[in-house]
Design a protein around this ligand. Sequence first.
Ligand SMILES: [Zn+2]
Length: 134
Amino acid sequence: MPRPRKKRKICNPPLMKGFRPFGLPGCKNGYVTLSFEEYESIRMINYLDMQQEDAAREMGISRPTFTRLYNKALKQIAGSFVEGKTIVFDGGDYNLTDEWYRCRKCYKLIKGIENHTRCDNCNSYNINELIKIN
Ligand SMILES: [Zn+2]
């Protein structure tokens, strides 16, 4: 029986659902999917300038596993750039370190729900508008 895969720890979900290329008529080149863990690996290495060793520790995975994840993320992004594909952030095997919600109306990300009776971006007062992310 295969060993159950350990869930990766993620501090920040992506702000948006994905990226779309522009300047292409119709935009029918398909899409690539970046899992939340792959997104997180790019955020830690290329945005926060972390070392892979530290990033792996923060996600609660081994360095070789992290490197595989990170390389896959780069490959997906390269595929998107070269072939003009949309990038969709979706799926993965992770636990978020905090509770995150997304406003259903304007898609703004909101950390924790306790102080949020409304979305401070679009002023939606309907708390049911907030979708819990995992
Ligand atoms: Zn909103």
